[in-house]
Design a protein around this ligand. Sequence first.
Ligand SMILES: *Cc1c(COP(=O)(O)O)cnc(C)c1O
Length: 560
Amino acid sequence: MNPKVTYFSMEIALDPRMPTYSGGLGILAGDTIRAAADLRVDMAAVTLLHRQGYFAQRLDERGRQSESPTEWTPSDLLQKIPERVTVTIEGRTVHLAAWRFDVQGQRGGVVPVYLLDADLPENSEWDRTLTHHLYGGDEYYRLCQEVVLGIGGVRLLRELGYNAIHRFHLNEGHAALLTLELLDEAARAAGRDSFTREDVDTVHDQCVFTTHTPVPAGHDKFPLDVVERVLQRGELREMADIFCHEGQVNMTNLALRLSDYVNGVAKKHAEVSRLMFADYTIDSITNGVHVRTWTSDPFATLFDRHIPGWREDSFSLRSAYGISNREIWEAHQAAKARLIEHVNERLATKLKPDVFTLGFARRATAYKRADLLLHDIERLKAITASVGPLQVVFAGKAHPHDHNGKELIKKIFEVREALKGHVEVVYLPDYDWQLGALLTAGVDVWLNTPLPPMEASGTSGMKAALNGVPSLSILDGWWIEGCIEGRTGWAIAPGEVDDQDRTEADAAALYDKLEKAVMPLFYDNRKGFIDVMRQSIALNGSFFNTHRMVLQYISKAYLP
Ligand SMILES: *Cc1c(COP(=O)(O)O)cnc(C)c1O
């Protein structure tokens, strides 16, 4: 095997038992690789082992978050390979081992994933921790991790004999330092000791970059002197036009500068990225989800009956148009019952299967605005009094350093008290892959309320669509493409808004849609509601998946 495409990502969700991801980026990476395996793409992937994972979340009775490491045993799930490589950090030699995980496709395809591991007795105590924590530590720690991923990753692939790679896909800027290793390779191939500007063109032809962050503050960057200290390379300053941006090494700029093909993850996100980086051509490939992974058992059984071959061919979900109301409703009731049993058992709550249920689960961070639905509790009470009962299931972790995100969780706990007896609100701790699957399939409508244009794409609404769960969402990210009003779900779309503070207008639009369209359809026109469910599967499930997405990467980015 000599893969032609390699995929680099700081996080990859490979198995629900492996805490090697934190959220959307890692899930997307995993879904990309699973689709590539189904499509038998000649690919290998590289990431870090993350021996202590992201973190396990605990919430006390007031919603205060505490974090603990998620220990796991790599040897239970991975195979250690004999190859070793080294990288140099501040002049120290850091030894790297690697583990292998084979992602199996539906028709015999396999994508090997290599997880780099610095926890070796040869390394200093501190260096041994370099592949322990995902997004942990300080700036310096993160930079060292990026050296391991980018430079260590390329060296490992070469050590494995992968010498016919023609595309290095950088999933987000964390892997951008791989360009430095490729520049060195190009120089060596030309018989030089160090790289020059000529080598930049050679490397440029090899790299593909996907950016995921629509705000400048979200881009990974390090002070030049810190990078110089870690890498000890004079070229960074000598070729500052390539490596530096505003006095810093900005991984996004570096990846943009050295990639032949660059894309954002939804049409709107590519537009926003083009405004941020006017010097570059930025295309768009809208994200997707891996259908087989995110379809709940009740819907999988239903699809087996009506859409033979749906696991191999995600496009065939358009045939969901032929499935009867009764069968769709029964499958949904089964998925909903599972969620409700899980919640009631875990939290000793009394959620009811016949009550309209909204779901909201995502990273607890300010721009995702988990509290928008709870903005005006009197209005919410009035809606349930006039249209029918409502229950809401929340979940999501705040990054340990995200103070505002933690405050958001506490706020939801407070409002929950104020709504007691009117609206049942629950917050499930420790949001992860399995909970994500349970929630996106088990609620009646998936709620999404980011502050535009902050949501690059979002993917959880796509998981919901596969399971006949329509979205009620702000028009941002993928939903601008996915929303057909009243057919695949509903837009939260206030008319004129003040960009400084649109909370009021967005909340009012959300309540109006809930009161006048979504809940009346659910309670008074079940047939109409099931039509929306069916169209979510047929129109959105068949398109917003990683089979379509990977085929677009092949034709736009991977083919030479
Ligand atoms: C799908 C998923 C995400 C990404 O969801 P968004 O819609 O991008 O917020 C994050 N975390 C988990 C556990 C998921 O399953």
